[in-house]
Unconditional design. Structure first.
Length: 177
């Protein structure tokens, strides 16, 4: 992958829409570095552990009342990308998640991924496909709770979150098989 692309993405991920420095980091995955196999999906021809990576964020903008997390692969050969995770209604007091987090413990809501399962669905690009970019994004929201059904699609959640976010922090890491 193009190092300049990842450098630009990393720089842009540090500045939220409101001008605050809002940064997302992980002990498990690093910007621009291949995601470890443990975070691969277990199914669809993949055999990973399907664990969500540890995440932490700092610098959320003033007025943040909750967070949402999305993981999206824009390079999936579906014509519409692939939603790997949509987690909503994460309290503003939460600024990190452990590896394999149980978001119910935080009072958060997880939607179905494009795999058809609720919660995190690990990376799993088609065998032999080019490198895919996985966009891990934490969204700062001005509401404590989004009024979305647990049956809402990840695309609808993505639209809703983007339309009201007051900030975002993104980490982009590649993976291929």
């Amino acid at each position: 992958m193009n190092k300049e692309f990842f450098a630009a993405a990393a720089l842009s991920s540090l500045v939220s829409m409101s001008g605050y420095a809002f940064e997302l980091t992980s002990q498990d995955i690093q910007e621009g570095q291949k995601i470890p196999q443990a975070f691969e999906f277990d199914g669809f021809g993949c055999s990973g552990l399907n664990k969500s990576p540890q995440l932490q964020w700092v610098g959320a903008p003033k007025g943040t009342k909750s967070f949402a997390i999305t993981v999206y692969d824009p390079d999936a050969p579906s014509g519409s990308g692939w939603w790997h995770w949509s987690a909503l209604n994460i309290p503003a007091s939460v600024t990190s998640l452990p590896q394999g987090a149980d978001l119910a413990k935080f009072g958060a809501t997880e939607l179905k991924s494009d795999y058809g399962i609720v919660g995190f669905g690990g990376v799993c690009p088609p065998q032999g496909d080019n490198m895919h970019r996985y966009q891990f994004t934490v969204w700062a929201l001005p509401v404590e709770k989004l009024d979305l059904s647990v049956d809402a699609s990840a695309a609808l959640a993505g639209f809703t979150v983007r339309s009201m976010a007051i900030g975002k922090a993104m980490l982009i890491a590649p993976y291929n098989r």
